[in-house]
Design a protein around this ligand. Structure first.
Ligand SMILES: Cc1cc2nc3c(=O)[nH]c(=O)nc-3n(C[C@H](O)[C@H](O)[C@H](O)COP(=O)(O)OP(=O)(O)OC[C@H]3O[C@@H](n4cnc5c(N)ncnc54)[C@H](O)[C@@H]3O)c2cc1C
Length: 485
């Protein structure tokens, strides 16, 4: 059996590795074992996609993803299986700040993605009027919720608690993960535990009638989740981990261990049917000079690219995929000779609407990660761009660096130019992340269902189909391989 994987980001490489583990191939109806040949096609000149470790002089430094949710035991187990258990490192645990109205404040630690259950932890970030509104939320009529449904995060929190909670807190926190404002994101798509709690509350109310519709209170749901979190056993280790030498450890190990043939600079621009199989426009040719025919294909590319590739053979799927939009972003990595004057914090998020600052967040990497602090000096990542804001595309490199240095000084007081800027790396992420709005999950479900019907030998995976976090991307890719064979 021949399998083509299009895209050598985390999803594609995980699929290649999983297929490699099943190297003996699939067993056919007659019991014969079919050899499994896997080709991976990558459009750019490197593997890893949004995992990208750059060789700074001080040591390898991530310019895309830098951490992962270590509470996902499946991911940690997978990294151990790959022999990378010893590479996992924990953060310092220093808190983060939010830049608001020209000052920095500590980020609330309670709540769910910045959505509080009471005004207590956020009173320093909102007006007295908003604080009173948060505390009175449970006394108002609840909002309508349907089990299994979704709602816009920004619209929901604005209606229940007011604009300040969204603009000063929730957008900064969600934007740091999704490169989108809260108004561009869905609750279930981005804070699934909150949507599940709304479901549970509605089910509880309608238990006798079996109704899937009801009214719930935001503060009640958040408080229930906070209480559940308090019940969790302590001492489980850090919430997030990283790789000591960056994500290259992961993507290089996956590629090597997969045993697949990986073709870089190989842009695939179309898929055509050939008998029971498929050929790829831009794919390899066999020794007889004919286009190589594949029995199965995995598309591990961003949604708009998947739409383009499926246009001919599954036009309905392609049409659905077009609604998935992408957010652009840029990261400026900077290494300074000294860290004197850099605050003792892991990072600073910038509240929406701050006019004097262009960056949306700073990761004070050498404060956040002890293994990076050991290198000496200071390492800082400035992040720019949210959905609908093209700054990452429009700005030229010099401007991005100047803004990063100016904004860092405005926000933290740290003068990077005086601290001796020793290294800079600018990475633009065109279409870095999909927009997980309130329609996203139903679009993904429809895409998968239609594809299973129209072209069952082709599967889709990747951040847009699974959720953006590294553990979610890995889990989905592994599940796709299981079903593919
Ligand atoms: C700046 C940034 C920071 C992040 N930080 C974190 C973090 O700290 N923790 C975390 O868990 N997640 C983080 N993420 C998210 C995480 O990195 C991604 O969700 C994940 O890496 C996506 O992997 P993927 O394989 O789905 O997609 P990609 O990495 O986008 O891979 C797709 C690949 O397909 C290739 N391709 C596209 N079109 C074609 C074609 N036509 N032919 C051949 N190849 C093609 C692309 O070049 C690319 O290599 C971050 C993302 C970004 C952008």
């Amino acid at each position: 059996m021949r399998v083509a994987i299009i895209g050598a980001g985390l999803a594609g490489l995980t699929c290649a590795y999983e297929l490699g583990q099943r190297g003996g191939g699939a067993v056919d109806a007659g019991g014969a074992v079919d050899a499994l040949n896997v080709d991976v096609y990558e459009a750019t000149d490197r593997i890893g996609g949004k995992l990208y470790t750059v060789p700074f002089e001080g040591g390898p430094t991530d310019m895309g993803a830098e951490a992962f949710m270590a509470r996902r035991a499946d991911a940690v187990e997978f990294f151990r299986e790959l022999g990378l258990g010893e590479s996992l490192v924990e953060p310092s645990g220093l808190g983060s700040l939010v830049y608001l109205d020209g000052r920095t404040e500590s980020l609330p630690r309670g709540g769910i993605m910045g959505i509080p259950s009471t005004s207590e932890g956020v009173a320093h970030l909102v007006s007295a009027e908003t604080a009173a509104r948060i505390d009175a939320e449970s006394e108002r009529e609840g909002f309508a919720w349907t089990v299994g449904g979704d709602m816009n995060v920004g619209a929901l929190v604005r209606e229940r608690y007011g604009d300040e909670v969204v603009d000063n807190i929730v957008t900064s926190l969600l934007g740091g993960v999704y490169s989108c404002a809260a108004d561009d994101l869905g609750v279930r798509a981005t804070i699934p535990q909150l949507a599940d709690e709304f479901d549970r509350l509605v089910r509880e109310q309608g238990a006798e009638q079996g109704s899937l519709h009801g009214t719930v209170h935001l503060s009640t749901a958040v408080r229930n989740l906070e209480n559940a979190r308090k019940q969790l056993p302590t001492g489980q280790g850090a919430v997030f981990n990283a790789f000591r030498d960056g994500y290259q450890e992961l993507y290089e190990t996956l590629a090597e261990a997969s045993g697949a043939s990986i073709y870089i600079d190989a842009f695939i621009s179309g898929i055509a049917r050939q008998g029971d199989g498929f050929t790829l426009k831009g794919g390899e040719r066999d020794e007889d000079g004919r286009d190589r025919v594949y029995d199965k294909i995995v598309l591990a590319v961003p949604a708009p690219t998947a739409a383009l590739l499926l246009k001919q053979i599954a036009p309905d799927v392609a049409a659905e995929l077009k609604s998935v939009q992408l957010a652009n972003s840029a990261v400026v990595g900077m290494r300074f000779a000294t860290d004197e004057g850099l605050p003792q914090n892991s990072g600073v998020l910038v509240a929406a609407g701050e006019q004097d600052v262009r960056a949306k967040a700073f990761t004070l990497s050498s404060r956040k990660w002890p293994h990076l602090a050991e290198r000496g000096g200071a390492l800082v990542r400035a992040s720019f761009g949210r959905f609908g804001d093209d700054v990452a595309i429009r700005a030229d490199e010099d401007d991005l660096v100047d803004w990063a240095l100016d904004d860092l000084q405005t926000v933290t007081g740290f003068d990077g130019r005086a601290a001796g800027l020793e290294e800079i790396y600018v990475q633009r992420w065109f279409g870095g992340l999909p927009r997980f709005d309130e329609q996203h999950l139903s679009t993904v479900a429809r895409v998968k269902e239609l594809l299973l019907h129209d072209a069952p030998s082709i599967r889709v995976t990747g951040a847009w189909a699974s959720g953006v976090g590294v553990p979610a991307v890995i889990a989905d890719a592994r599940a796709v391989v299981k079903h593919l064979l």
